[in-house]
Design a protein around this ligand. Structure first.
Ligand code: PMP
Length: 347
């Protein structure tokens, strides 16, 4: 056995329901793409949640809070605007607890995500992603209207629901602290609603002054970009800065972050491909963004530091995109169809 990790391996858990299997994900050390670095980098493997993403945690936290405060009643309807993963989390919880689920998704979501939502029994409504937040066709506006107009409707409202960051303060943060034996010095995560980085970050900061780093697509406005579009899904904001400043998500606590690293699509995609081929970890585009940022940070650090980077979801949802050479050619990330190996030039 060569288990040099901080966690206790080999424990077989038995859960009384799928909901109990949410969270408790392993930390996996990155060994090959960290070659030449002295700082250990561990990946928090959130794709191992039952719904295959970190959003199971926020979904469970929000549903339990709504059940407690009475805004979601037995037989009610869970409604949410989401790029997919929150919808999967909410829908699997809805299935388990006997709620209906209506999920509004932007049209840039991958077909695999929509199919997964339907597989769990969600009613999926697709809307345009190219409109500002105050447009009635925008994901969040449309979801809010459907929640109002559906009898028994409850809007999960992940962007502004305090139970979203709280779920990470209560679970993700303590897990990372415990798994590293308090040795973690830097935590890196992408910013979508901001729930993950804010909640986990607030806990780790309080526990031991951990430095909190946001990873953001280069043109996203969180990190000071111009708001022009980018390919990586579920992280950043790509609308006009003015629009976003006016509607900054309440789930995003800017004061928790010590810095934001801006990562371009090419670097994110190159990194996810390297994670699959060199580490055996098939993760999504936003994990590429986060790991690219973590590697930048780790390059500045030494052997006494320890970086934890959160990988929100699995690469299975993006096989027809970042892992597909035809898609890379169509989108201009590759210039010549010289065969699969050419994709390695992305790195
Ligand atoms: N990556 C993926 C794949 C996601 O689904 C999300 C959630 N939208 C994020 C990153 C960002 O997480 P958060 O909303 O907690 O900031």
């Amino acid at each position: 056995m060569c288990n040099e990790g901080y966690t206790v391996g080999g424990v077989t858990h038995t859960f009384e329901s799928v909901l109990d299997a949410i969270g408790g994900t392993p930390l996996i050390r990155l060994r090959r793409i960290t070659a030449g670095l002295t700082t250990p980098v561990y990946l928090k493997a959130e794709f191992l949640n039952p719904g295959s993403s970190v959003k199971d945690r926020a979904a469970l936290g929000m549903v339990l809070a709504a059940e407690r405060d009475g805004s979601l009643r037995p037989g009610g309807v869970i409604v949410e605007g989401t790029s997919g993963n929150t919808g999967v989390g909410l829908t699997l919880i809805a299935a388990h607890r006997g709620y209906r689920a209506i999920v509004v998704v932007p049209d840039k979501s991958s077909p695999e995500k929509l199919a997964a939502l339907r597989a769990y029994g969600a009613e999926v409504v697709v809307t345009t992603s190219a409109v500002p937040r105050d447009d009635p066709r925008h994901v969040s506006q449309l979801a809010a209207r459907l929640a109002r107009e559906t009898p028994g409707g409850w809007l999960a409202d992940q962007y502004d629901n305090p139970a979203n960051p709280a779920a990470h303060f209560d679970t993700t943060g303590p897990e990372i602290w415990e798994q590293t034996g308090g040795r973690v010095t830097h935590f890196v995560a992408g910013i979508g609603t901001g729930g993950t980085v804010s909640g986990t970050g607030a806990y780790l900061k309080k526990a031991g002054g951990v430095r909190i780093v946001g990873a953001d697509p280069a043109t996203s406005v969180y990190g000071g970009g111009d708001g022009s579009p980018y390919f990586v899904e579920s992280v950043g904001h790509y609308l006009h800065p003015q629009t976003v400043e006016d509607n900054w998500p309440l789930s995003y606590h800017r004061d928790v972050l010590d810095r934001i690293e801006r990562i371009g699509d090419r670097e994110s995609i190159g990194t996810v491909r390297a994670l699959a081929r060199e580490e055996g970890l098939l993760v999504g585009g936003s994990s590429g963004t986060a790991v690219a940022a973590a590697l930048r940070i780790a390059r500045e650090l030494g052997p006494d530091d320890l970086v934890v980077v959160l990988a929100p979801d699995s690469g299975r949802a993006y096989l027809s995109k970042y892992f597909d050479d035809d898609w890379l050619l169509r989108t201009g990330f590759l210039e010549s169809p010289e065969g699969p190996r050419v994709a390695d030039a992305l790195r």
